[in-house]
Design a protein around this ligand. Sequence first.
Ligand code: ES4
Ligand code: ZN
Length: 341
Amino acid sequence: MAVYECNNTFRDFLRELPKCEHHLHLEGTLEPDLLYPLARRNNVKLPEQFPKTVEELENRYKQFKDLQDFLDFYYIGCEVLLQEEDFFDLAWAYFKRSRSQGLKHAEVFFDPQSHTSRGISIETVVKGFQRACIKAQQELQISSKLIMCLLRHLPVEDCKATLESARVLFETQQLHGLGLDSAEKPFPPELFTECYETARSYHPDIKLTAHAGEEGDASYVLKSLDLLKTSRIDHGVRSAEDPELMARLAREQIMCTICPLSSVKLQVVQDVRELPFAQFLDAGIPFSINSDDPAYFGGYILDNYVAVQTRFNWTLNVWKKVVQQSVNGSWCEEKRKKELL
Ligand code: ES4
Ligand code: ZN
């Protein structure tokens, strides 16, 4: 793994920037040193071949072959989460750790299906996460929004049932948006057109996003916009392969939520320097810098900002622009955006 470190002065500067995170899977914040205690607390037996110690697991996380190799670990990790308290502990640990890295606002994903499939109710999951969000606002001054994701590798009928079970949560805006994650390539956006239509019928202000252009090519991004009508794209880095799409992302000001350390760890690119930041800046496509699954990819939000700086050496003015874009592209109230800037 390449080293992504910058000098202390720059790290301090980046820490002080009002950072917003738009691409963060709460289940992806499960650190090995929480995974084993939770497994014990809940009497969960991990698979026979699963690493036995924190150190062994951390070593295994140093490199993933691809997205699926990572997802296999991610879903096993989910199995130690059972009680409302577990979901609270998980999210609270994320907020505390990210506060020390200068996080101000977070729009966080969770995957109800990885829990409801084990007999846990969506209410248990959401209540635990909501309590952590409230505490983060009160004690850490971090604002947040919850985004529910559908697992695209599961049958569409299962996704529809999950949406229906969350209907009231969307109607009351306890859930702010809908996303789509998990294995991308075999499960293209068009499978979920109806799900997104249903979600739009739940609330006029519901926000829509989808993972696209991570392992799938630019056509996945295009289809997410056209069929799912998303106003944001998670990752989207392979958009750079299609000039017409790039022009559209700029015209429609579609924010791409880029995750530098994730894309290296999952071998989407071999080094952060290969990510299309310069093309996005030149084209005027808004993007944000995010940690995705920090417990698995070796870095929280500031670590990702630092990784970008080590490769791109941006001036203070470029950072100012990047931060402004990130705040302006957030799904928070206008009043909160003004406070952040
Ligand atoms: C994910 Cl990096 C990534 N891609 C797709 N689905 C995911 N779920 C959690 N992390
Ligand atoms: Zn993701």
